[in-house]
Design a protein around this ligand. Structure first.
Ligand SMILES: Nc1ncnc2c1ncn2[C@@H]1O[C@H](COP(=O)(O)OP(=O)(O)OP(=O)(O)O)[C@@H](O)[C@H]1O
Length: 644
């Protein structure tokens, strides 16, 4: 119940509308319940009995004026009731929609503020279902449940009191079936409720099966699993059809029973009422009023179970929704935090340790001193903590021990927004939003001019490609837009970051393999991007590593080596092993293939293979700089290579 009470502030905002809606409820209830009384009075006073000399009833004499007045009053009350019902429904819906709108926005705002740590733990599907289905249950509660429940209570009270006043014995007879109707309604709703939940759940599963198969259609086709996926969907769809059929059957079985009980009750009331009339203790028009009231009373009683259901669902949904709204971010801004301004880009890690779960440390005692404009390459085996280090700088997570300083200021002392505005991030998986290319480039700076956007795109070596598209910068990307290659996406991401002009840059260099031409363009774009910025790069390529001012070698969350490429090559250790295993080929290719004759100690066969590939135009996978140098050499030797 306390969860429903927590919804009060949300409705309080619309209290004016809510009060009017309640007045409408009272009026609609009153008008509908008074109508049988009007009929009773119209008959009682509009039709006078005519008796003979012996006092026997011979007919009725109509008082036309009273009858017309009575009929007009009935019509007027019906119209008034219609207007009140309209007001109730309209305002109920409006309040419901407004409350749902506010709650959804609260949820979304909070989700945006929550740190990575929260999103690591909670499944997106769970969040989506709370933000949609649970909020919908709360909306239905306000739109229908709450007001309709009051309406039902009002109708029940008015008719029961009215019937008891007219004739309490006949009233008691008329109430016999009411507990049975209420009981049947509650029992049926209880049976239907888990089925509806299952139907809802299955609906989500069915959508997930379809979505998964459609997003992974390439994998499905590559493994010829179309039949398997079709069957998976058919099973989910069959389950949905069966459940819906069962629910419909329960409802269909219940309906005639309820109608039968209601009709039997009316028959009993009319019969007993006629008996009272024959004994002179009740007037015929009173029996008519009774029957009409009883009819009006049975309908809401039959929907009581449905109402209870709406309320129960709203309570459990409110609990789930408030869990989302109340979720606290692990990364909090200090009260009175000042904006980070005039950043030079001096980034210092002081004895930083970090753990995702507060149990097993992922980083231990990390010290880094990145001077403004320096390139810091992070190198190490998979899982050694490279991504974790860069995620700490924009405070996607907070350090567990130690501190990170930018220009001498602890990053926890500045506003999160100003901190992140000064840090540009180019991730491995570039995410493009559904929208135009212009919107995507200007994502971090929505007020950027076309000139600024184009300047950034040119520097990122993507401008020429964009203008070659039919709609240029207005071309639609993301889902249902043009399909961009990994390299094109990455250059758009670089343009997006260039536009922000951050002093600190984080770059994940572990790009999936792209063709040589694209790699060449990306490298040029990166050169532009890194100029004058302190850059942390998760390095996979020798070129990036060699260019770095400091190479930090990590293993199991600890820095085990640091220095320049040349310094580290002199030492025994992990760097040399990585170099031998992964980077050496790249160096050999870079260093030697560009010379006509390999110097002593080089592998002439490898150099010749590369020369041959460049000559034939088969340059896929070769570093573009190398290709350029080899091609220049071949040209000089008069044996120019093919290809682009
Ligand atoms: N969100 C997370 N929640 C819990 N543990 C995590 C999370 N992200 C990473 N880890 C763990 O922390 C450790 C370091 O991971 P991290 O991603 O920083 O390594 P990495 O060096 O970047 O690896 P890779 O080169 O494979 O990307 C790993 O053991 C990983 O399993």
């Amino acid at each position: 119940m306390r969860w429903l009470l927590r919804l009060i502030p949300y409705v309080n905002k619309y209290r004016g509308q809510f009060i009017v809606a309640w007045v409408c409820v009272i009026l609609a209830g009153a008008f509908v319940m008074v109508s049988p009384l009007l009929i009773k009075f119209a008959i009682e006073f509009g039709l006078q009995p005519v008796r003979d000399a012996d006092g026997r009833l011979t007919g009725l004499e109509g008082n036309e004026r009273l009858l017309i007045l009575g009929s007009a009053a009935i019509v007027a009350f019906a119209i008034a009731r219609g207007l009140a019902a309209f007001g109730q429904q309209y305002l109920g819906e409006t309040i419901g929609q407004n409350v749902a709108y506010d709650i959804r926005n609260r949820i979304y705002d909070n989700l945006q503020r929550l740190s990575f740590a929260y999103h690591d733990k909670v499944q997106t599907g769970q969040i989506m279902s709370r933000a949609t289905q649970d909020v919908e249950n709360i909306r239905i509660f306000f739109a229908m449940g709450l007001l309709r429940f009051s309406y039902i209570i009002l109708m029940i009270v008015i008719s029961i009191v009215g019937m008891l006043i007219i004739n309490w014995q006949l009233a008691l007879v008329s109430f016999i079936s009411l507990p049975i109707l209420a009981w049947r309604s509650i029992v049926t709703s209880r049976r239907l409720r888990p089925m509806w939940l299952q139907i809802q759940q299955n609906q989500a599963e069915m959508t997930q099966v379809a979505e998964e198969a459609l997003t992974g259609i390439r994998v499905v086709k590559a493994f010829s699993r179309e039949d398997f996926e079709s069957k998976k969907f058919a099973d989910a769809a069959k389950k949905q059809a069966d459940l819906s059929y069962q629910a419909a059957m329960i409802q269909a079985n219940n309906q005639p029973l309820l109608q039968g009980i209601s009709a039997a009750q009316i028959g009993l009331t009319v019969g007993v009422g006629a008996w009272f009339v024959s004994r002179g203790s009740l007037q015929a028009q009173d029996v008519l009023t009774f029957t009409l009231w009883l009819n009006l009373l049975q309908l809401p009683i039959r929907t009581i179970g449905f109402m209870i259901n709406i309320i129960a669902r709203a309570i459990s949904s409110a609990e789930r929704v408030f869990e989302l709204i109340d979720a606290q971010s692990a990364v909090q801004e200090k009260p009175g935090a000042l904006p980070l301004t005039d950043v030079k880009g001096h980034v210092v890690f002081e004895n930083v340790s970090f753990s995702y779960d507060n149990l097993s440390p992922v980083l231990s005692g990390v010290d880094i001193d990145a001077k403004p404009g320096q390139v810091i390459a992070l190198l190490g085996p998979t899982g050694s903590g490279k991504s974790t280090i860069v995620n700490l700088i924009p405070r996607f997570y907070d350090v567990t021990e130690g501190r990170i300083l930018i220009d001498g200021v602890d990053i926890r002392d500045v506003t999160i927004e100003s901190l992140r505005k000064n840090i540009g991030i180019v991730q491995q998986d570039v995410f493009l939003f559904i929208g135009t290319i212009r919107d995507n480039i200007a994502y971090g700076k929505p007020d950027a001019t076309q000139e600024e956007i184009e300047r950034a795109a040119k520097a990122a070596r993507i401008h020429d490609f964009i203008v070659s598209l039919p709609y240029g910068y207005d071309e639609w990307v993301g889902e249902r837009g043009v399909t961009l290659s990994g390299g094109q996406k990455q250059r758009i991401a670089i343009a997006r970051t260039l536009l922000l002009d951050p002093k600190i840059l984080i770059f994940d260099d572990s790009t999936a393999s792209v063709d040589t031409q694209t790699e060449f363009l990306i490298q040029q774009a990166l050169q532009e991007l890194m100029k004058g910025r302190t850059t942390f790069v998760i390095a996979q390529r020798l070129r990036t590593v060699m260019r770095a001012d400091q190479i930090i070698v990590l293993d199991q969350g600890r820095i085990i080596q640091r220095g320049t490429h040349q310094e580290l090559l002199q030492q025994e250790g992990l760097y040399r092993r990585i170099f031998e295993l992964e980077l050496k080929d790249q160096e050999e290719a870079l260093g030697r293939a560009a010379t006509p004759r390999a110097p002593a100690g080089a592998d002439p066969a490898l150099a010749e293979r590369i020369r041959e590939r460049v000559r034939s135009g088969d340059t896929d996978g070769l570093p573009p700089q190398l290709v350029e140098r080899v091609r220049a050499r071949l040209l000089a030797e008069g044996q120019a290579g093919g290809g682009a």
